[in-house]
Design a protein around this ligand. Structure first.
Ligand code: 13P
Length: 226
């Protein structure tokens, strides 16, 4: 089947909700690319469908120019149902969905500030950014460092699974963040907050800073819906 026919077939087969999500992935990819958060063919996005399968961006695709009909549809065990070959990271997306039942979308990018944090030495890998701002705490929370594994390595998916149990966001060492959300917009907002926090962290550098106190963080958790 030609690319154009495959794209049209997938579009015809999709129900209206799935069609909307395919379009949202395309729009979101373009937005992230335009904002400079995605570059080249790095990064991948996914959403969970009602039947438990996921839509995930195809491997080696630019998030700036996705085709809704070619987005990969993959079952929970990683079988490709339709579309182009999926992201090599589809397995870590699936691991996060399994661990986080409320998550319906995942953003993984290689944005500059967060990647720079992922390349630093960290004494405490359970949380690699200090609690600098309220929105960082509200949208991102603690950010554990996941040990380095080659992109696409199933061992990476296992390590991501372990971190996802207690965290909506995590940072892959020498790689970049994974952020889960209830919706794609929710995940994007959290991802952007993380990237901006990473930039603030570097702007502060070695200057004396005053991170939020434990009481302030508790207060946020009690009073502000995340
Ligand atoms: P894919 O092109 O297979 O999605 O991989 C890109 C990436 O960001 C690897 O981490």
């Amino acid at each position: 089947m030609s690319d154009a026919n495959r794209s049209q077939a997938a579009a015809r087969a999709a129900d209206p909700a799935e069609t909307r999500l395919r379009d949202e992935i395309v729009r979101t990819g373009a937005l992230l690319y335009a904002r400079g958060l995605a570059h080249g063919s790095a990064g991948n996005l996914s959403v969970r469908l009602d039947d438990g399968s996921i839509l995930v961006t195809p491997t080696n695709s630019s998030l700036g120019g996705l085709d809704p009909g070619r987005i990969s549809k993959v079952t929970l065990d990683g079988t490709l149902l339709s579309g182009d070959p999926p992201s090599k990271e589809a397995f870590f997306h699936l691991a996060v969905y399994e661990e986080r039942p409320a998550a319906c979308a995942i953003v993984h990018l290689h944005s500059t500030g967060a990647v720079a944090v992922s390349c630093l030495c960290h004494a405490d890998t359970s949380n690699v950014l200090p609690p600098l701002t309220a929105y960082q705490m509200m949208r991102v929370g603690k950010l554990p460092l996941v040990p380095y594994f080659r992109p696409g390595d199933r061992k990476l998916a296992d390590a991501v699974r372990a971190a996802a149990r207690d965290h909506k966001a995590m940072l892959l060492a020498n790689h970049g963040p994974i952020v889960a959300g209830r919706t794609l917009q929710d995940a994007v907002h959290a991802y952007e907050e993380l990237e901006e926090t990473a930039k603030v962290f570097f702007l502060i550098g070695n200057r004396p800073s005053s991170p939020l106190t434990c009481e302030q963080i508790d207060d946020l958790q009690r009073h502000v819906p995340s």
